[in-house]
Design a protein around this ligand. Sequence first.
Ligand code: B12
Ligand code: SF4
Length: 563
Amino acid sequence: MVYPRFPVSFWSFGYIKRIGGFSAVMPPLGLAILAALTPSEFDVAIVDENIETIDFDTECDVVALSAMAIQEARLFEVADAFRRRGRLVCMGGPICNVLPERCRPHCDVLFEGEGEYTWKQFLADWCQGTYRDHYVQADKIDMRDSPAPRVELLKVDQYRLGCVQTTRGCPFKCEFCDIIVTYGRKVRAKPIAHVIAELQQWADHGVDFVTLADDNLVGDRAYCRQMLRAVADWNRARAVPISLYAEMSVDAVRDPELLELCRQANITEMFLGVETPRKAGLRETLKMQNVATDLVSAVKTIQSYGMVTVAGMIIGFDSDDAAIFEDQYAFLQEAGIPIVMLGLLQAIPRTPLYERLERAGRLRSPAQGNNTLSFTNIEPVCMRYDELVDGYRTLFTRLYTLDAIRDRWLANVDAWRSVPGRTWQQKPLGRWRPFMVVQTLLILRWYVARPSRFAFFCRMIAGTFTRLPAAVLQTFSYLAYFIHLREYADKVVAREWKFNYALDDVNTSANRFGEGGAINMLRLEAQENGPPRDSTIHRAEIRGVESVHERGETIIPRSRASD
Ligand code: B12
Ligand code: SF4
């Protein structure tokens, strides 16, 4: 079972892997579950290309590939390489759930939807020699039939986080959302005993930070309360509680008991689907649960339960005009949300948004898998496309200037002051171990490299100390994350506008966006501008980019914005 390499993305934390001491953020949970579904007469191995190289000549009968759309380019390369060697290639996962027609030419057996039943069916068919080339899971599976992942097949110490999915599905109906297309609006929950057993499994493997990989933790509030109570009891009994990261809809703010349970379970970081501060945008996208909520005070209330808040924000709704950039910035700074995944609205095939825009003839090009780049496949209404993309890029980099990060982080720390009995156990840098000394030095090295960074560092530490001395370690750990986000803003979002713009009307599956993207950009520029003044440098640039991509890093060697 193979998980292809990711390009650098907002969530890849690609710029701080060395500092963090991990090779990838999270393991491929889908493959670890498929491994558990595979009968014992099969030998199974999981190869995650984000942490190891693939041996394409390995002896095997079946290759199972899983990927998100952002892995598309590499997924197809890997699939083609195995097929050239005569292997039977199966393909499934989020990309196949929304873009099956793009995947079809690159695999022998295509899977759509959840894999719990279809994978078992395929293996039985394969043993009989009667397998089909396409399996579709139309009805939703019963979560009792989703086994615990085979964690022992993963190189657990190479990941920053473990991963437990307690529910699938979400009751809401946001127009752009592909989750409800794949998993449905009825929330299906895993038995709580299974959730605890899976947490225990990760803890037994030494993992101290686990994602609850639900799209909306609070989709079924009654279940969520019970589950969190059980997790809190389990965590309290541990010498060192594990920390949890989760995602939920903002309407949870109306349920103080539930928020208190999040705190007791030791959820230390919460992703919130906020999207936009403008009611018009929320209404238009059918995110009605946010319309009736005062979003700034909701965020502050959630923070007061001791959580670092992360927000998903979107630019590019039909009602967004040029003032949206300032509105978003003002909102995010006021709410004090330190980590902002700011994306351009994209229409993902099979979503209601896609269908609406297709009918209206407003799709400019195929969708692509990274939602935090200056690219969208939608023709905007209240702005020109280039205004939208340029404004997005400017806002993103503005949000990740050091001053803006500092203000948001300290506002979040401010909100923690009201947390009683907070244990501050979360250690985003990882387990206490000798390597932490190296990590600390690496973080310091980045910050002392420039006076502006050093000033930021001192203000973050001093600001935390004056607000809540117990949170200084927490701040120090997040200083590592901010290196990645700062670098991503500076080196990817700020730089790739021209490439994305050129990409805009070409087929993204032909135009390798992932690792090849940067190379293509240089080639495109070369075609547009004629031969570069110093072609030796230009070729070296291309070679340089190729070689960093081979190492799984990126990016375009250009002048840097000043910090
Ligand atoms: C946890 C998570 C992450 C983690 C990492 C996960 C990882 N393994 O690397 C983090 C936070 C790092 C992350 C990052 C990103 N993520 Co994410 N993530 C999730 C989340 C919430 C849970 C993933 C999970 O574990 N699911 C549980 C497993 C069991 O589900 P599964 O993998 O889909 O597998 C099932 C089926 O798909 C199928 N299946 C899967 N593979 C195969 C293979 C075969 C052969 C078969 C038969 C079946 C099969 O069977 C499995 C069991 O039913 C999902 C949403 C979701 N509900 O899945 C989004 C999701 C996968 N992420 C998404 C996105 C867009 C991203 C980012 C690009 C965001 C960004 N801009 O940076 C990045 C890219 C990652 C990177 N490293 O660069 C999208 C992908 C959309 C798409 N269609 O491709 C999702 C679906 C959320 C969404 N709707 O927006 N993500
Ligand atoms: S709340 Fe989140 S998961 Fe639920 S439909 Fe909206 S975007 Fe999708």
